[in-house]
Write a protein that binds this ligand. Structure first.
Ligand SMILES: Cc1ncc(COP(=O)(O)O)c(C=O)c1O
Length: 393
């Protein structure tokens, strides 16, 4: 059997139609398959490779840390310099109240930790989330996922969860003194890129403050420069009580985090002690990689280029088959008539050396979340292929 057949036989599958490309190398904006074909990557491992694939500084940091030490002991016991340095670097680039970083292995685990923290801190049980939100696939994060189709087969899930309409002023009053936390993606990604209004975000913040509810913002997909500012919440003039990061946080290695004020985070240390624990969370190699990746993002000033690149995409993506283009920085959704049309364009793109995708709750939308290092020339090439794909509809 070849590798593709072995993959289908022995690697647990998540759908009956995986892309099943066999990628043997990735660097910067590109990937190569086993046949030597080169692909321009417009999805960056779903918003992971913000500094591109195998950034040299990230690779070097991984190599150096791997030969210094790897796993030592469960999270939180030993002083491990990669964790310390990354936590400090994150705190230095965040508002003062977001000063304590709990590292996890994944985005979903950051969501889980944050929901527990909110219950512990407030002594309440109510959780408010929003329709069309995606927060992960574990049972807690599935409980707050904003789409019944994806949740239903796995019931019973967490009780006391309310799903409200996103970006609607009418729902704000439903946040009460019973609500432990409100959890929202700062910009909804899997919904097909929906950015709420500034007024709504500010109303959410204000109501949470009034009711003593923790506001948790999920920037696992939209954070770390993707939306044109280092943190997406900066564009709304608010600061969350808890910030969730993942994906690009590890520079290509698995890493997530929930970040809050030290006093809030302290709740996890007593009654019970060890309120949230993990063996591998904040793995030293992942933290070293993540720190190198974030330093590259900051020092190469990649965020400053995002807005102009977004505008170039918007200018080039003109076609009669496009129903709408929604974007927030380098997170773009090109809306077509239906999934069948979208799939045809995606398949055309892949056949022509361009990797794109669709969104979980918006299968009719073509996903574009390229590494932030994409050049003007590469944007033109990507749009040329997409437009040619649209011509085949
Ligand atoms: C907004 C958001 N939150 C949470 C998650 C879950 O992260 P992970 O897949 O690392 O568990 C994702 C993953 O796609 C996401 O996009």
């Amino acid at each position: 059997m070849n590798n593709r057949q072995l993959f289908l036989q022995h690697v647990a599958q998540t759908s009956d139609a995986p892309l099943a490309l066999e990628i043997v190398k990735a660097e910067g904006m590109y990937m190569w398959d086993a046949g030597g074909k080169k692909y321009l990557d417009l999805i960056a491992g779903i918003s992971v490779c913000n500094v591109g694939h195998c950034h040299p500084a990230v690779v070097k940091a991984i190599q150096e840390q791997a030969q210094t030490y790897m796993h030592l002991l469960v999270y939180g016991e030993f002083v491990q310099s990669p964790q310390v340095a990354y936590a400090k670097y994150l705190a230095d680039h965040l508002p003062a109240s977001l000063n304590s970083v709990y590292f996890t292995n994944s985005g979903s685990e950051a969501v889980e930790g944050a929901m527990k923290l909110a219950k512990r801190h407030t002594g309440r049980t109510g959780i408010i989330a929003f329709r069309n939100s995606y927060h992960g696939s574990t049972q807690g994060s599935l409980s707050i996922m904003g789409d019944e189709y994806w949740r239903n087969a796995y019931r019973p899930l967490l009780p006391d969860v309310l799903h409200l309409h996103h970006n609607s002023m009418e729902v704000i009053e439903q946040i009460t003194e019973r609500t432990a936390c409100v959890i929202a993606e700062t910009v909804q990604a899997e919904a097909g890129v929906w950015a709420p209004s500034r007024e709504w975000m500010q109303a959410l913040r204000q109501r949470c403050t009034e009711t003593g509810t923790l506001l948790i913002l999920d920037e696992i997909q939209c954070g770390l420069g993707r939306n044109g500012t280092l943190w997406a919440f900066e564009q709304y003039g608010i600061v969350p009580d808890v910030l969730l990061l993942g994906k690009a946080l590890g520079g290509g290695m698995p890493l997530g985090a929930f970040i809050a004020d030290r006093e809030v985070m302290w709740g996890l240390t007593h009654q019970p002690v060890l309120g949230h624990i993990t063996t591998f969370g904040g793995h030293p190699v992942a933290c070293a990689a993540g720190l190198a990746g974030m330093k590259a993002l900051v020092e190469e000033n990649l965020v400053a280029g995002v807005a102009a690149k977004e505008q170039l995409f918007l200018a080039l993506l003109q076609h009669e088959r496009i129903r709408a283009v929604r974007s927030k920085g380098l997170m773009l959704a090109v809306e077509l008539d239906d999934f069948a049309s979208n799939k045809k364009v995606i398949d055309y793109c892949i056949a022509n050396g361009l990797i794109t995708d669709w969104f979980l709750f918006a299968p009719q939308c073509l996903r574009m979340v390229p590494p932030l290092i994409i050049t003007e020339e590469e944007i033109r090439e990507a749009c040329r292929i997409i437009l040619a794909g649209l011509d085949t509809l």
